[in-house]
Structure formats: structure tokens, C-alpha cells
Design a protein around this ligand. Structure first.
Ligand code: SF4
Length: 366
């Protein structure tokens, strides 16, 4: 998928943060957190991309960066070919004004309760975006549109739900309200950041089914971020979308969801699959976790070479010394592992002995 066919495209994006550990550190050198490193990602029209990874792997930062809410340290983020930050900074000759980009890129959060004003009814909350983006509509037209959308997401009778306050709604109903608020903007892309994680298990599938139905109906795309592989697989799998696996700020594997899970190439994808026994796709008879160490390395001091080498059971000397590129393995799939390249020097180097696991953080990369 070329950048021109995409709603949002990220090219070689890094997001680094300066981090001080506390008052005592005020005068010392701040540490640099590598939240996102060298990510290139296209989000096509009317599609679903699910990003999965452990807590702290940078997936939320990646989502915010894709939406223009977080400025990248390096690289570019574009919306339909328009550089988002040039538009936001008011550059001359922009093709798409920043206001249009802002409207087209919407977000629903993990905790809808905190994103809804507790003192406003559902109707008052939903009227706000329409007042800003659809000023030509009369009050009656705006209210009719809101009632129609509430009906669409199953909040019926809509006239009843419209005049409730957030505390009078269940978690699922609050999340539906947040979804309506996003959809009223007629968005091209919705970032759903752990959007079903706070819901009861029984409600998650219902909410994801609703998102899929509305994604089709409103011709929008979803960037779905989750630490839960079952949820990510359900949403991306049903939509025939892609699954992106993140580890320590990098996308280590990406491709069509079902293909990635049926035949994972990256050792970390195999770990996630092993740790998710309720997936229908089989992971063989492996009883022990396919990792050498369980501790996640410090993102302020990521391991040299391949960042997964401290945990990877397949790691060899080459993985410690050399940064691993994203390798095109066909069928719209990429993997960041030397094992995907049969000509790699990796095959001529020695497997790492177990005792080196965790000892090589922060060495210089080549
Ligand atoms: S490059 Fe090496 S350490 Fe990294 S995932 Fe592949 S085999 Fe493991």
C-alpha cells in the first residue's frame, strides 16, 4: 500500500522523551526514553490495523503520533499526503488545513467515563462537536442526527439515553457514547486505544462487533491498540485487517492478521501467541514459554542490536551486534528478524549462551 492510498502514513518515525527520575536528578543528564523507533506504517482507507504489545512498548505513543497528537522527534506523519505537522504549524501552501485533519482523525479512549463531562447529558456532550463542525445545521437537525446515531449504536430508546448523565450509563453505554461522538465528525480514522479493555468480557465482543459494523457503514478506518492479542485478533481478523506486533518501540512483525497468527515469523510473535491460549489458531505442543528471560528491558537503555535478543531463544552473536532491518517476506508482510533472511550473517554466528541473557543492554549498535 503506497502512502498515497493511505489515510495516514508514518515514515521513519521516532518519538523520544527526556526523562528525569526525580528531584535529585534535576541537575544530571536526563535519560532518553525510546518510546517509538524508526516506524514506517501506512493505514489504508476503510481498513483495520491492530497494534499489539506489552505494556510500555510504545503502542499508545505510536497511536497518538499517527493522530498528530504527539510530535515525532524524527520522521514524518502525513494525512492523505499532507504533512500533519506542517499543517499544524501553519506552513504556507498546505493542501489540507489542520482543522480538517483534526476532524478526520478521532480517538476513543480506554476509560470513556473520564472523557465524558460528568455534568453534561449525552445530548449536550454530542451537540458540542456538531456545533463546531456542522454550524449550518439547525438545532433540530443536530438533535435528529444525534438521536439517529444513538439508535444506530443500540442505545434505545434514544430519547431516553440522550438526556442521561454519564453516571447513569453503564461502561458499555459510555463507550458507545464516545463512539458516537467520534463518528459525528465523519472521521477517516478512529484511534481506539484499549477501547474495550475496561469492559466486561461479555461486552467486549459486542462492542467490537459494533465497531466493525460502523467501520463498514461509515467507510472509516480503525487503528486498534491493545495489549490483548485475542481482542486484536478478533477485530483485525474479522475486518481482514493487519496485525502489527510492537516490542520496545519497534514494529517487529506486521502482516494480514490471520496469516501472522497462523505462521508467525518473529520469535516475539510466537511468545504472544503462546501466551494467548484462547486463540483458535494452534501453537503446537510447546509447554514452556519460548523466551529466555521474562524481564522487559529498560526502554531508556534498550538492548543493542535486535532489542529482543535478551529474551529470544533463537538469538545468536550477530543479533547482539547488529541492528535488524524490517525484512519484506512477501504477502504484505514484514518481519524484523535475521532468521527471515537466508543470506544473513546470523546463520554463521554462534547461538548465545543462556547466561548472557540480560547482560548486554546498552551496548553500541553497528
Ligand atoms: S534477530 Fe535474532 S534476537 Fe532478534 S528475534 Fe531474530 S533471532 Fe531473535
Amino acid at each position: 500500500m503506497s502512502g498515497n492510498d493511505s489515510v495516514v502514513s508514518l515514515r521513519d518515525v521516532d518519538v523520544h522523551f527526556e526523562n528525569r527520575r526525580g528531584m535529585l536528578d534535576l541537575f544530571g543528564e536526563p535519560e532518553t526514553v525510546h518510546a517509538v523507533d524508526d516506524i514506517t506504517l501506512d493505514i489504508p482507507e476503510n481498513d483495520v490495523v491492530a497494534v499489539i504489545g506489552e505494556s510500555g512498548c510504545g503502542k499508545t505513543t505510536l497511536g497518538k503520533t499517527a493522530l498528530g497528537l504527539q510530535r515525532p522527534t524524527n520522521g514524518t506523519v502525513s494525512f492523505r499526503g499532507q504533512d500533519v505537522w506542517e499543517a499544524r504549524d501553519g506552513a504556507d501552501d498546505v493542501d489540507i488545513p489542520y482543522d480538517d485533519i483534526r476532524r478526520a482523525l478521532q480517538i476513543i479512549h480506554q476509560d470513556p467515563g473520564s472523557s465524558l463531562n460528568p455534568n453534561q447529558t449525552v445530548m449536550a456532550t454530542l451537540l458540542q462537536p456538531l456545533k463546531r463542525w456542522k454550524p449550518d445545521l439547525s438545532r433540530q437537525e443536530k438533535e435528529a442526527r444525534i438521536l439517529g446515531m444513538l439508535q444506530e449504536v443500540g442505545m434505545t430508546p434514544a430519547e431516553d439515553y440522550a438526556y442521561r448523565f454519564p453516571h447513569q450509563l453503564s461502561g458499555g453505554e459510555q463507550q458507545r457514547t464516545a463512539l458516537v461522538r467520534a463518528l459525528l465528525m465523519e472521521p477517516d480514522l478512529i484511534l481506539a486505544d484499549e477501547a474495550v479493555s475496561a469492559l466486561d468480557v461479555s461486552l467486549r465482543v459486542e462492542m467490537m462487533d459494533l465497531m466493525l459494523e460502523l467501520q463498514e457503514q461509515f467507510d472509516t478506518s480503525f487503528l486498534f491498540i491493545s495489549h490483548n492479542l485475542s481482542n486484536a485478533r478478533y477485530l483485525a481478523g474479522q475486518a481482514d485487517g493487519r496485525l502489527a506486533i510492537m516490542y520496545l518501540g519497534e514494529i517487529v512483525e506486521i502482516g494480514p492478521c490471520e496469516e501472522v497468527l497462523a505462521d508467525p515469523h518473529h520469535p516475539y510473535t510466537k511468545v504472544l501467541k503462546w501466551a494467548t491460549p484462547d486463540l483458535e489458531v494452534k501453537h503446537g505442543d510447546i509447554e514452556d514459554p519460548p523466551v529466555r528471560g521474562v524481564d522487559i528491558p529498560d526502554p531508556t537503555n534498550p538492548p543493542s542490536g535486535c532489542r529482543f535478543h535478551t529474551r529470544c531463544p533463537e538469538a545468536r552473536d550477530h543479533c547482539v551486534r547488529t541492528s535488524v532491518p524490517s525484512i519484506d517476506v512477501g504477502e504484505d508482510r514484514n518481519v524484523a528478524c535475521f532468521r527471515a533472511d537466508e543470506d544473513s550473517e546470523y546463520w554463521d554466528t554462534h547461538p548465545l549462551p543462556d547466561e548472557t541473557a540480560g547482560d548486554t543492554g546498552g551496548e553500541e549498535t553497528t
